[in-house]
Design a protein. Structure first.
Length: 272
């Protein structure tokens, strides 16, 4: 095999490695700072529209609690006045590995205190066990409306992605930098090195663009099911936003790489 042929094969290999390194680094970073970012997910799950859906659902169901217990629905709804927005709390619990359904004994106690405060304040006779059962039911309703159910897969994904991020990002960056360094060392012609680098980044950009577009078309976000449905919609939205960012990032990288390649070609042609 001639030296020229060997150098061409080597340049192709380095082009592929640069593209792979760029894809690995950029995709892992996008996931880390979006889907695995508590700030990003809190913003999605704490929106006014999402809270309004949860609140409307809870208000509808407190009418059922009132019918079962005889305690006005407004008594149960006062729990919303002094609590951190439920979506924010649920997301915090996802990232800390805790129960994102929001149901716990503390919530039951809060509802029980509200019930007793109303009953005692209005001199209404009551059965303590019945009041406790009502509080349990109210906590379950609150959990159904405001908590995030069946989020074990989401928690596992976030935990694993955060744990693996350093490895994937550093590996991608290492492949990228070492491949570019080898190009600069092995090939003396600056114009040729730049062409290879621009080609590699064009491949990187196109790959990111196609990954984002294909994932959107095939609706991979729809597989991440949680409950209730408005939280499932919010999760789908959060994933789709990341896919759009991925596509746009890929398109920008591709445009810049092609622009640089054309500019380099014109400059090379002019010098000749």
């Amino acid at each position: 095999m001639s030296l020229t042929k060997s150098r061409e094969i080597l340049s192709v290999i380095l082009t592929v490695l640069i593209a792979l390194g760029g894809i690995l680094f950029s995709s892992s970073s996008l996931i880390k700072y979006t889907l695995c970012s508590e700030a990003y997910m809190t913003k999605i799950f704490s929106s006014d529209s999402l809270y309004s859906q949860c609140k409307d659902n809870f208000t509808d169901r407190t009418a059922v609690i009132e019918a079962r217990s005889g305690i006005p629905a407004g008594v149960f709804e006062t729990i919303l006045n002094n609590r951190i927005p439920a979506g924010k709390t649920a997301v915090q619990r996802i990232f800390t590995g805790n129960n994102a359904s929001l149901y716990d004994e503390a919530l039951v106690d809060e509802f029980e205190e509200l019930c007793l405060e109303y009953l005692n304040g209005n001199s209404v006779k009551y059965d303590k066990e019945q009041v406790h059962n009502t509080a349990i039911y109210a906590a379950e309703v609150y959990s159904d409306c405001f908590g995030i159910q069946n989020c074990g897969r989401v928690q596992a994904f976030i935990s694993n992605a955060n744990y693996q991020y350093g490895k994937y990002a550093s590996t991608g960056l290492l492949i990228l930098t070492v491949s570019i360094a080898l190009l600069l060392i092995l090939f003396t012609k600056k114009d040729y090195v730049l062409r290879v680098i621009y080609s590699a980044f064009t491949a990187t950009g196109l790959s990111l663009f196609l990954i984002g577009i294909c994932a959107l078309i095939f609706g991979i976000a729809n597989e991440l099911m949680v409950e209730p449905h408005h939280y499932a919609d919010a999760l789908t939205k959060s994933v789709n936003i990341v896919l759009i960012i991925t596509s746009v990032t890929g398109a920008v990288i591709t445009a810049l790489a092609i622009s640089g390649s054309v500019s380099q070609y014109e400059k090379s042609k002019h010098n000749q």
